[in-house]
Design a protein. Sequence first.
Length: 478
Amino acid sequence: MTAKLPYRSQAVAKPYFIAALLLFVGQILFGLVMGLQYIVGDFLFPAIPFNVARMVHTNLLIVWLLFGFMGSAYYLVPEEAETELYSPKLALVLFWVFLVAGALTIVGYLTVPYAKLAELTGNELLQTMGREFLEQPLPTKLGIVAVALGFLFNITMTLLKGRKTSISLVLHLGLWGLALLFLFAFVNPHNLVRDKMYWWFVVHLWVEGVWELILGALLAFVLIKTTGVDREVIDKWLYVIIAFALMTGILGTGHHFYFIGLPGYWHWIGSVFSALEPIPFFMMTVFAFNMVQRRRRDHPNQAAVLWAVGTSVMGFLGAGLWGFIHTLSSVNYYTHGTQITAAHGHLAFYGAYVLVVIAMISYAMPILRGRIANSRKAQSVEMWSFWLMTISMGVMVLALTGAGILQVWLQRVADNPTPFMATQTQLNLFYWIRLWGGVGFLAGLVTYLCSFFIGGAVEQEVTTGAGGNARAVPAQRA
């Protein structure tokens, strides 16, 4: 017995998911290159200088997550709206445009000096290059806007002609916010203070604002599908979580305004509201565990449940706890820009966004391939990959945290501060640990990809009715 897609147009999500995972592999490979360059400074120089490896690593992170968000939207919106996607052909055209533009941009980073790349791509017409995460040449940025507009048109028209649900509305709000905030990437004033403000309007209000709406919507969708909990219950949790996320995230932008030339009251605003930012992530953790405990069905795809619960827990640890560690202005004065920041960034992105995209792929991909879930053996391998990646990320984050603490002491607290490069040599042990954590993470990711090629019988699904009687649903074959 095979699973049938509720709506045929949901199939356009499949190439987006495949591209996302392949780009994810590329991101990790360049992360390992950077990890080695911290220890062996001339590794792959001059073929891949450190600044190029960093650009590719961070840009691939953003691009593959965007592919994951778009694929998730193309799968989720038709099912929530109870109607076919407005234009599957447009979705496929935009996929190839985005993929080719992204690939050409990466090739440009790797083969052309950055200053020359800026000259060749017309940066003098509108100077937008040179800022972290926003290094893309002008044609690439324009292409991103075009793809985003086409994508939003497609899913918005789908929503307008179908059912409106809390999940789809929250997802739309997050996706529209993502696209609109990216427009600040085209604003690059000569005043350095304003420049940093606009830069944080993109970076912070993405990851600690509208992306959290996308996270909440995707997590709610997976939990509804895998637990069978009433939609009304999940909707209430979702509204409360996103309200706290927006309230704390928007004003929490102030923790980036501490020392860039803005008025001192941002120290208080940033400290207070940033200290509250762990609340929505803690609520998300409680929400996920509560939904799993109240489940009305034992869905055969238990791997997807693990990724979903892992999202809430690791998101709270990375974005919540590790963010809180150094978010108060009096602490951030010493820790800003150190390896503590890197520790927080790695765990927050992994917990909040990497895991939720994988949770969505884990749930949707088996259905896209004609089965309700992967076999027990495949799911066992998939669960091993979760623990390999999560434990490896934990090793990396603890190593970076230790490096950051020592860095703060040597450079910023000690009576005779140690010069930067001399400090870096003192951190080599932590960098080696971080590197091996990265190797373990890559092994976990490869293990996850291998689970796609394992077949076998799918376990029976058990649903629990109002009277508490269990009913088995026939198993399906891979």
